[in-house]
Design a protein around this ligand. Structure first.
Ligand code: SF4
Length: 324
């Protein structure tokens, strides 16, 4: 069994008068030393899936209605709230999109790292400080001995994200979930932060789930990739396998929207339309209103997940028949 196995996960959110499915039949796994990318437009269910794994869903508004989440052989959904809290930030931790909103502006960064440690490790005050310094050095914060006393606003965006990574790694988690960790950063700093995460993975063996809407970031960092659309995984494979043989029109659309550095095209290819709202009930393939290959069957019948080759899964009635 892999370190993390998500099996047929279903999540629903409270609508006006009924529960609306927002993640459906979602299965994937990630093992030690492996990086899984989950990619898709905003509103496809990527972050909700991550929050379900972390146990961060607000139960009154969002409900896990089916499925299992196995971590190290234990189903997280069978655990008590206390046990979930015990492993959150310890066995698994999460880096959020915007560090300025995740760090507390009125506390020094050193104190915030120590606070994260204090939740799970018993140490003396001197040991907490030594560990905080080690972590800041590990994530390449310049002048870390002085910077430990800085407030978040005194650091650059890239440095703040490094502090978030230091906090997430403070208890040597087995699983790290990074939800759009570089979206708020410019391209150079983005590359540095991604490199840092992969370098730490090489040293610690941590499994990483990287959530992104950017296929370029996924190609650069992930071993496996799962493409989500409207709450379902519509294509998954090894990253090399996916890029060599794209089988779903939505994945092709995401790839076509990446700007090529050597292209003189003025306009990028965008996928027409938008991700349907939750209240919009769609039969058949949820992508059919936006798909240029759509045929009558697509609007009526939900495509099954077809296994193509060794590890390539795709949900399209015409997988392998389309010239994408
Ligand atoms: Fe397009 Fe039909 Fe395939 Fe859906 S099932 S991706 S609508 S061709």
């Amino acid at each position: 069994m892999a370190l993390l196995e998500v099996e047929n996960l279903e999540i629903a959110v409270a609508g006006q008068s009924e529960w609306l499915p927002v993640v459906e039949d979602c299965s994937f796994s990630v093992d030690n030393n492996q990086t899984l990318g989950i990619v898709g437009e905003s509103g496809c269910g990527k972050s909700l899936t991550a929050m379900a794994i972390m146990g961060l869903l607000e139960q009154s508004q969002v409900n896990i209605t089916n499925g299992k989440i196995w971590l190290d052989g234990e189903n997280l959904l069978d655990m008590s709230a206390g046990d979930r809290r015990r492993i959150m930030g310890d066995t698994m931790s999460m880096i959020f999109q915007e560090p300025m909103t995740s760090l507390n502006p009125v506390y020094r960064i050193g104190d915030q790292i120590v606070e994260a440690l204090r939740q799970h490790r018993k140490m003396t005050s001197a040991e907490y400080r030594t560990r905080a310094l080690q972590l800041l050095e590990m994530v390449n914060i310049p002048d870390f001995q002085q910077r430990i006393n800085s407030y978040p606003h005194q650091l650059s965006g890239g440095q703040r994200q490094r502090v978030m990574i230091a906090m997430a790694l403070s208890c040597d988690p087995k699983l790290l979930i990074a939800d759009e960790p570089t979206t708020a950063l410019d391209v150079t700093v983005q590359n540095e932060v991604l490199e840092l995460m992969l370098d730490l993975q090489r040293r610690t063996g941590t499994a990483i789930i990287l959530i992104s809407h950017d296929m370029g970031v996924i190609a650069q960092t992930c071993d496996e990739v799962a493409v989500m659309y409207r709450g379902r995984i519509i294509e998954s494979s090894t990253t090399a396998g996916l890029f060599a043989n794209v089988l779903h029109p939505y994945t092709r659309g995401l790839l076509n929207s990446i700007p090529a550095i050597d292209s003189e095209t003025e306009w990028l290819d965008a996928i027409p339309g938008r991700v349907p709202m939750l209240e919009e009930k769609l039969s058949g393939c949820a992508f059919h209103p936006r798909c240029s290959y759509s045929q009558p069957k697509c609007a009526d019948t939900l495509p099954a997940a077809l296994s193509i080759g060794e590890s390539h899964l795709v949900r399209c009635h015409f997988a392998g028949e389309l010239e994408l």
